[in-house]
Design a protein around this ligand. Structure first.
Ligand SMILES: Nc1nc2c(ncn2[C@@H]2O[C@H](COP(=O)(O)OP(=O)(O)OP(=O)(O)O)[C@@H](O)[C@H]2O)c(=O)[nH]1
Length: 404
């Protein structure tokens, strides 16, 4: 059969939708995390096939295969609902979708085989697919959704597309194109093709933007957080601390440098895995002491740093003492082991201070607490006669065990 020019023209949207499906499929293959991309890709592929078929078929052939074509579209709509449900983290009931699909296919059968009525066929199909698409939207309306602008845009695009699916035959007939006969040549069909292509494009652009945003956010999270304890790392702490220090309302502020005592012994006696659990326990204990605007970070090894806002040295010392007593009483990780203990150095921040200078001071105080026998808190401005400084240890190098 020779391919006519207008056939090629009406086939173009199906081919374009297949390209979009390939794009979404590739996005999923590259990162294998956003499963909604895969469902959307399946929906496009399943829709492009009957769309292409309809562009070629005569009215008689269409009537004969109405149920099969309808079934493919419904399957495509089901994949679309799975994609949206995945995105919004809602569950949809396959049984309801199945019942709607059976009713729709029965109507298609009736209006193509028993009573031949193209208009009723088109309308019953639109209502059926619209109802399937409504399922995840209904669920999403019942729960709190993301306030992110892209997610909001995605949700409303889904709502508009569903409303359009319900009313498409009516809308197009309102425009004056009420005769869907002779499909390939009808304006009705061209408007249908173009609108589906437009929606597919909009969905693809939004989904790619959402995926890109989430990939970047994930990379940022990994860059800023310690993989084991999930709290800030040294780099991110510096960045966040500079911001806090620039805010005059958050003063007085202090830095607490803390270090688990004899952590090497825990590793040696109980294994590295248990050591990791101790690090996680310490970070969660430290996190519990935080208030809004406070920061906690793991600087490396078993060394942690806190920045506490709107607090004086005396109260900061109480916080450190509370952390010490909570840790020593906690038997969750080492039920039969020794009490966990930590040493702290606490230094104040004044608005003219450099962060590095305060960290160094807190670290020297911590070093003093270790020298003085560990399991204690040393606060700036207090005289500790039992300290035997040998030298000023640089940040992070003070943990070498002393010969006791
Ligand atoms: N399990 C575990 N151990 C770590 C990790 N990072 C560093 N360590 C270990 O932490 C130990 C730190 O030992 P030291 O620097 O001697 O410090 P310490 O034994 O706590 O002695 P003091 O600080 O002087 O009380 C080393 O044995 C490191 O191998 C980690 O992510 N997980």
């Amino acid at each position: 059969m020779p391919i006519e020019n207008d056939h090629v023209f009406v086939l173009a949207p199906s081919i374009a939708i297949l390209f979009l499906a390939a794009l979404l499929g590739t996005c999923w293959l590259v990162q294998r995390q956003q499963r909604f991309l895969l469902w959307q890709c399946s929906a496009y592929s399943l829709t492009a096939v009957p769309l292409g078929f309809q562009s070629f078929a005569s009215a008689d052939v269409l009537q004969r295969y109405a149920v099969l074509v309808g079934a493919l579209y419904l399957l495509g709509s089901w994949c679309l609902t799975r994609s949206w449900a995945e995105r919004w983290n809602v569950s949809i009931h396959p049984r309801v979708a199945l019942m709607v699909s059976i009713a729709t296919l029965s109507a298609l059968f009736y209006f193509s085989r028993v009573e031949q009525n193209m208009w009723a066929r088109v309308n019953s199909f639109s209502i059926g697919t619209g109802l399937v698409l409504l399922l995840p939207i209904w669920e999403a309306l019942q729960k709190q959704r993301s306030k992110e602008r892209l997610d909001q845009a995605f949700f409303w695009l889904c709502v508009i597309f569903t409303a359009y699916t319900f009313t498409r035959p009516l809308l197009i007939s309102l425009l004056g194109f009420s005769d869907p006969k002779g499909f390939v040549h009808s304006t009705y069909w061209l408007i249908t093709l173009m609108s589906i292509l437009l929606f597919a494009l909009l969905f693809t652009v939004l989904m790619c933007a959402i995926t890109l945003r989430e990939t970047i956010n994930q990379l940022r999270r990994e860059r800023d957080h310690d993989a084991l304890t999930k709290i800030l790392n040294r780099r991110a702490f510096h960045e966040a601390a500079q911001q806090r220090m620039a805010d005059k309302r958050l003063y007085p502020m202090v830095v607490l440098a803390g270090d688990i005592d004899h952590f090497k012994r825990i590793n040696d006696a109980w294994g590295h895995h248990r050591g990791d659990q101790v690090l996680q326990l310490v970070s969660s204990t430290l996190q519990r002491c935080l208030r809004t605007h406070d920061l906690v970070a793991r600087f490396g090894g078993e060394e942690f740093v806190l920045l506490l806002t709107r607090i004086d040295l005396q109260n900061a010392e109480s916080v450190a003492q509370r952390i010490r007593s909570e840790l020593s009483a906690d038997r969750t990780v080492l039920p039969q082991g020794p009490d966990l203990s930590m040493s702290f150095g606490i230094a104040p921040i004044t608005d003219s201070d450099q962060l590095e200078k305060v960290l160094k001071e807190a670290d020297e105080l911590l070093y003093g607490a270790k020298n003085a026998g560990r399991d204690r808190v040393h606060v700036a401005g207090t005289h500790y006669p039992d300290i035997s400084f040998e030298s000023t240890a640089p940040m992070g190098l003070h943990m070498a065990p002393l010969n006791e």
